[in-house]
Design a protein around this ligand. Structure first.
Ligand code: GDP
Length: 690
């Protein structure tokens, strides 16, 4: 009996693979994913089922789960209950206003975000109270207010408390973005193209693959279109569109994520069939996993004599990517970017995965998205390539991207054509911004240019705040315990870098075993070699700490770690690393000590006393020598001895310290091999406050 793959059958019927899988499962036919096979009889049965009534049920199911918190619509706008503080507020519904008492029944305390400067009238709106009610309350405290008067945050908070509402100060931009982010009506949602990034090891063919894909498309699309490199491009296959980010590699991808932007849905992992998995392949896998994007593997260079597809698949298994034909979930497509083999298959698979993800957007609303690239053009001013993520971007729209704002004067698509509109998942170059925005920044369209300007100004402040907040919010071993206690940490992400793979594995395994009920320890990346910028970026984007074993950070990585406030810990003994994490989880880390050099003394004359040992008559050249300092004896630049100072004397007296410019006699603890002109370096170990 012949068999057919789910995705092929779905295509024949004209439904998505997901709809088909649901239908099959509903009817007792067990299929796991789009690559599962269905036999002929089952296929016929399901075709008949779809002919009976159009397939729409899965969508309805989805809708009901999406709106499961309907009763929250009764809450005031921009509401976060303490429990779902981080989730977007539910769709507001102005019609069904309820009294605060009702709200209280729904949840004890409600948090509402308000701008710093709020008028009494705005406050009344937010609290869903009448202005006169609030004026009365203030009057009873002897305060006279009119509705347009700005009420101080503290005063406003006191009023809100009476209604069991906590006010939280929020920046204008935050409130604005939050308002835009309200859930869409499911009937406004339409399918949007997937946004794809290409990653992989250097020289495995990322650029060639992006070129090959772009090339396929130029032939297929309207004549005269010259591909422009604007940072992203779209291709179409079987009537569907895919958007590719044109910057290969995980660095750019993670840099965006560091700014909090998630631009991509799918990562194509390029692995050269003649080379197999390499360090950057592993990095790319881990970066994609940390971001939660789907991975499709393009096994490239299959034209080469040394190509071995199975070996690549074998190696992938180690990293949790099991190819479908090996019983796993990972789609692997053999391709040759050079000879144009398998490119269409790859595109088809991307479409398939996109369908499974049910990527949707609402083209009816104002646009928002992400800046992919930007530059200053001498003639045309600031130019930015934006990727519209939701809504429709149109010429004339006022727009703000962080501190940059303006009105869209012109839009040019990736084929070099001027366009009036850009739909979700479309990249376009835009003209009309006041300054060059940073790549990775979010953009929003606003109601007016004035509003855009205001938001841009407010964002300058917000960025400052965010920087402060972010630098303190980063995880570190020192405050891990308190973060666990306050419930701020449920998962401790760790990146392990070591000199040999064996150590990486050993540390990974031992650390993960430390997971307990409160915290799960998760190694998001492990690799051999120095700690690189890319590691720091991943750590910053994923709020991870880095454990280095017998390796050090590269110079550039070190400075980024400092500015990003990434906790990097270096160890020479595996046991120490494990012990530190264990203690950090209990909040018991030992204090850290740092060496502080006090001063130097030069040995000028030696006095050997048989009953005592050698006394070094020395001259303090800089700083001071303390009785309780430790001494490093340096001869010709080499350290000869390191240890305790035994006696410190001036003439015949024991002293506590000897300052620069004075002579003294020094005896070291059980060490007499001192020579004239040796240098004594005095230091103490100081505790660094945690
Ligand atoms: P990237 O560093 O990952 O962007 O790799 P490139 O796209 O620059 O490719 C590296 C080298 O591999 C170039 O010399 C390409 O011509 C070559 N290359 C890329 N794809 C293929 C392929 O499918 N077959 C063969 N034989 N060579 C390829």
């Amino acid at each position: 009996m012949s068999k057919i793959r789910v995705h092929e059958l779905a295509k024949q019927i004209g439904v998505t693979s997901k709809e088909l899988i649901n239908k099959l499962n509903e009817n007792g036919i067990d299929v796991k994913n789009h690559m599962s096979s269905v036999d002929e009889n089952d296929a016929k049965k399901v075709i008949a089922l779809f002919q009976q009534k159009p397939a729409a049920s899965p969508k309805k199911n989805k809708k009901s789960t999406e709106n499961k918190n309907e009763n929250k619509a009764a809450q005031p706008e921009n509401v976060d209950t303490p429990k779902n503080n981080h989730k977007k507020s539910s769709k507001k519904d102005k019609k069904s206003e309820k009294s605060p008492e009702t709200i209280q029944q729904l949840s004890d305390i409600i948090i509402i975000k308000v701008p710093k400067n709020i008028t009494l009238k705005e406050l009344a709106n937010k609290l869903k109270q009448s202005v006169s009610q609030l004026i009365k309350m203030l009057m009873s405290q002897g305060l006279m207010f009119n509705q347009n008067q700005i009420i101080e945050f503290e005063q406003a908070s006191k009023i809100a408390e009476k209604f069991n509402i906590i006010l939280e100060e929020a920046e204008e931009m935050e409130l604005f973005a939050q308002e835009l982010n309200t859930a869409d009506d499911s009937q406004d949602l339409v399918e949007r193209p997937p946004v794809v990034v290409v990653m992989g090891h250097v020289d495995h063919g990322k650029t060639s693959l992006l070129d090959a894909i772009r090339h396929t498309n130029v032939i297929n699309t309207e004549a005269g279109g010259i591909t422009q490199h604007i940072g992203a491009y779209t291709v179409s296959i079987s009537g569907k569109t895919i958007t590719f980010l044109d910057t290969p590699g995980h660095e750019a991808f993670t840099a965006m994520r560091m700014r909090g932007a998630q631009a991509t849905d799918i990562a194509v992992l390029v692995v050269a069939a003649d080379d197999g998995i390499m360090p950057q392949t592993i990095e790319a896998i881990n970066h994609a996993k940390a971001a939660g994007v789907e991975i499709i593997v393009a096994i490239n260079k299959i034209d080469k004599p040394g190509a071995n597809i199975d070996r690549v698949k074998q190696e992938l298994v180690e990293y949790g990517l099991v190819a479908e034909d090996w019983g796993g979930q990972t789609i692997c497509v053999p391709v040759s970017a050079k000879n144009n083999i398998g490119i269409d298959d790859l595109l088809e698979m991307i479409i398939l995965v996109a369908q499974m993800k049910e990527l949707k957007a609402n083209p009816k609303k104002a646009a928002c998205g992400i800046i992919i690239e930007s530059k200053l053009d001498r003639g045309r001013g600031p130019i930015a390539t934006v990727l519209v993520q939701n809504g429709t971007l149109e010429i004339g729209n006022p727009i703000v991207a962080a501190s940059s704002f303006g009105k869209i004067r012109a839009m040019i698509n990736d084929k070099g054509n001027r366009v009036k509109k850009a739909l979700p998942s479309t990249p376009v170059e835009i003209l009309g911004l006041s300054s060059v925005p940073n790549a990775g920044e979010m953009f929003y369209t606003t109601e007016s240019e004035k509003q855009a300007r205001q938001l841009a100004e407010s964002i300058i402040n917000k960025n400052k705040m965010a920087m402060i907040k972010e630098s303190t919010a980063k995880i570190s071993l020192d405050d891990l315990f308190s973060q666990i206690q306050t419930g701020g940490v449920k998962e401790l992400n760790i990146i392990v870098k070591a000199d040999v793979q064996g150590s990486v594995e050993a540390i990974k395994n031992s650390l993960e075993r430390l997971s307990n009920e409160e915290v799960k320890i998760k190694t998001i990346h492990g690799g051999v070699g120095a700690i690189t910028e890319s590691d720091i970026m991943l750590a910053s984007a994923s709020n991870a700490i880095i454990i280095g074993f017998n390796v050090r950070p590269e110079l550039s990585a070190k400075s980024i770690a400092e500015s990003e406030k990434v906790d990097v810990r270096l160890y020479r003994i595996i046991y120490d690393a494990i012990e530190d994490i264990k203690l950090a989880m209990k909040g018991l880390l030992d204090p850290i000590f740092e060496e502080k050099i006090l001063g130097h003394a030069q040995v000028r004359q030696l006095f050997k006393i048989s009953s005592l040992g050698t006394i070094a008559g020395s001259y303090v050249t800089d700083g001071k020598i303390l009785r309780n300092s430790k001494i490093r004896l340096i001869r010709d630049g080499k350290t000869i001895y390191e240890g305790e100072l035994n006696t410190l004397r001036r003439f015949k007296d024991d002293v506590k310290e000897v300052l620069e410019g004075y002579e003294c006699g020094i005896m070291l603890n059980k060490f007499n091999d001192i020579k004239e002109n040796d240098v004594m370096e005095a230091y103490v170990m100081e505790e660094i406050p945690r």
